[in-house]
Design a protein around this ligand. Sequence first.
Ligand code: NAP
Length: 505
Amino acid sequence: MPPRPQTKLICPLVCSDPAGMKAAMADAKALGADAVELRLDYLAQPPTAEDLRALLADAPLETIVTCRPTAEGGRFDGDEAGRLALLHQAAELGADWIDLEQAAGPTDLPPDRTILSRHDFAGCPADLDELAAGLDASPAAVNKVAFAAAGPEDALRAFDVVRRCRKPTIALAMGEPGVISRVLARKIGAFGTFAALSAGAESAPGQPALEEITGLYRWERLGAQTTVCGVIGCPVGHSMSPAIHNAAFAATGLDAVYVPLLIQPGEEPFRRFLDAVRQRPWLNWRGLSVTIPHKENALRYVGPEHCDELARKIGAVNTITFEPDGTLRGDNTDYAAAIDALCEAMGVARTGLSGRGVAVLGAGGVSRALVAALTHYGARVTIYNRTVDRGEALAAEFGCSAAGREGLADLAAEIVINCTSLGMHPHVDRSPLEAIAPCVKVVFDTVYNPIDTLLLRRARQAGCTCVTGVEMFVNQAAGQFEAWTGHQAPRDVMREVVLGRLTRI
Ligand code: NAP
């Protein structure tokens, strides 16, 4: 098969008037697009021949003309003959490409400038392979398939289509779960991918903005050899991890990209995606961050025997590493991140925690990771939790003490760690402690938004050493980066990204 031409970054223009569309072409070029898709179906009135001539004459970028009917997810609800006449006119006026739906049947549009398209908004077609083969056998120069994604594994099916087709192909899994089909299109060698002029100007669900694809994902750097990492979660759209890890890859010059992966709760959806990745070694998948609600699924999938000891004790894996021999490794960088943030501030090694009294406030997921690690390193832990039974159960599991929140009045620990959500945005005027007892020397608040919580302000006033949740956040990302790349993480860059994001919230 001849080498594929460079994947085009196509900006769909969804303006309601031709003058706006003309102006948007220049904006798309300035933002790094290679081509524009003129969505004639978004124009308030069907364009006149003059409108089309003005749009296509001296276009600053390659042009694709599309007039999508409502039945295929577009906005054109006029008659089919009129629609086809518009497409013919656009071809005569010099459009580089015409998008024609397969359902339109045979036409006399120039096949060497036709993109033959299929759209399915219900889901991934059961007969995707045959459908793609049908497009590939047509006289049109380019194939396009777009379907709604149920999970990110559907994006991998779209990649299979691109790789199998003889002709240049666009294959997209629409919606948030399929966003990697758009971001990684260049790695896979697709004919093109679509990126919106700005957030809110998408022509299909899941489309990233041009600035996002060129900036965050470093489009220009993506290639067949690019290593892929990502974050699995539900929800995942607000995760800071893509910004942190992509900035770290950029700062270290690594040929790697980090993507969001929306996977519905449950072991089965998690397993489906992991299995699909492992069946495709050409993806060069290297690492996964795992967040709520999949950390327990990750431990089960990787297998406890391939996970670090504390990850097994905690019962949760937040980091999966794909080893070169195809095996997986599971780690928990949450506990390491927290414990190292604490030890660094105290100027001690992990073993230096042995024998020290620690009050852990809360008994949820973060508390569990910390209690496991603190007891592992010999600290004397007391858990204080609102729901006493929950605190007692956690304490029983790790051999420490528990009390209700009223027990805080008698707190006698050198170190206090807040693992509750008290003080978190937007309830920034709350604190899990009303006063800092004189015995307390170190206060660590795992809450990172805001960075400076009321608890930390009180602790500072009382002369305590303070540890912020940001340090823990940066540490867990840095631990993942190091597990996947073997390089030292650019912590300052990562911290800057976190702080930049938090000050904007
Ligand atoms: P979680 O599993 O939902 O546990 C929340 C804990 O907070 C529970 O112990 C809960 O007590 C307690 N709590 C909630 N509201 C309370 C209230 N009004 N009064 C007293 N106690 C209350 O959450 P998680 O995943 O462990 O996360 C806990 C905190 O860690 C989050 O708020 C977040 O800020 C922080 N965090 C930090 C990082 C980082 O990298 N820095 C990462 C993740 C999370 P009950 O058992 O009584 O419900």
